[in-house]
Design a protein around this ligand. Structure first.
Ligand code: NDP
Length: 232
């Protein structure tokens, strides 16, 4: 499979990239500064021909268009897109103190970026039997989530869930699967040291979903990394 992954240089995105190439897939590894990224360069030499780092800022439509043009010029199709890049701003900040720019930026990275990427990748996803779009979401975006606060993050993740639902309907007749996925609370820069979850396990579960190794009800669009349905 040819898989586009955003934010592939660290955290869950890096583990997704590693899990995918270990299983023989090719990854177009979106990364804001690929020349500087040692993690991805190390994967390029460990898995020759399987990892292609590309400059991709999900908020910069020009970088997305450049990627689409390069893939088209190379006659490459895309089997799967994993919208992984995300930011968590305004943690613990009272609403009365919250800079609205944090809300705007959260929507730019967590919602508009994924939408722009899909806009430009869909025309490259014309063929293939196991095509999929996986939007990495969070239980924070669930209407029934038990936590308060984190306004910018939570509502931007609710929005990506809604986008995923709409998109699932939109591409149904093209045979493309769409899921919003909660990866679990995992140890990354975002999740922090206290997180109980292992990003390697989460990444492998997500690649299992991509490879259709999990039984998921056809109506489900918001699931965890094990493929189990999440409450909306
Ligand atoms: P990290 O903060 O560890 O990594 C975030 C990644 O996103 C980095 O690669 C970062 O790149 C990239 N990124 C941020 N902004 C942009 C942008 N504008 N364009 C391209 N890339 C960007 O986060 P995690 O790995 O923990 O999170 C991955 C996903 O999982 C996110 O969507 C997050 O919301 C979700 N999630 C994580 C949880 C957790 O416990 N960790 C829990 C629930 C959901 P750079 O290095 O350039 O900053």
């Amino acid at each position: 499979m040819n898989i586009v992954i955003t934010g592939a240089n660290r955290g869950l995105g890096y583990e997704l990239t590693l899990a995918a190439v270990q299983r023989g897939h090719k990854v177009i590894a979106g990364n804001r500064s690929p020349q500087e990224d040692v993690n991805l360069l190390e994967l390029v030499s460990r898995f020759p021909g399987q990892v292609k780092p590309v400059q991709l800022d999900v908020c910069d439509e020009a970088s997305i268009v450049r990627l689409a043009e390069t893939l088209r010029a190379d006659k490459q199709t895309v089997d799967a897109v994993i919208n992984n890049a995300g930011i968590l701003l305004g943690r613990g900040v009272a609403l009365e103190e919250l800079p609205i720019e944090d809300v705007v930026r959260s929507f730019e990275v967590n919602l508009f970026g994924p939408m722009m990427l899909i806009k430009h990748m869909l025309p490259l996803m014309e063929e293939g039997s196991s095509r999929a779009i996986l939007n990495i979401s969070s239980e924070a975006g669930s209407m029934s989530n038990a936590y308060g606060g984190d306004f910018p993050y939570a509502i931007s993740k609710t929005a990506i869930n809604m986008f995923s639902k709409q998109l699932k309907r939109y591409v149904k007749n093209r045979g493309i699967r769409v899921y919003a996925i909660h990866p679990g609370w995992i140890k990354t820069d975002m999740g922090g040291e206290k997180a109980p979850g292992d990003p390697v396990e989460s990444a492998n579960g997500i690649i299992d979903i991509l490879e259709m190794k999990k039984e998921i009800d056809s109506e489900s669009f918001f699931v965890n990394y094990k493929g189990e349905p999440m409450p909306m």
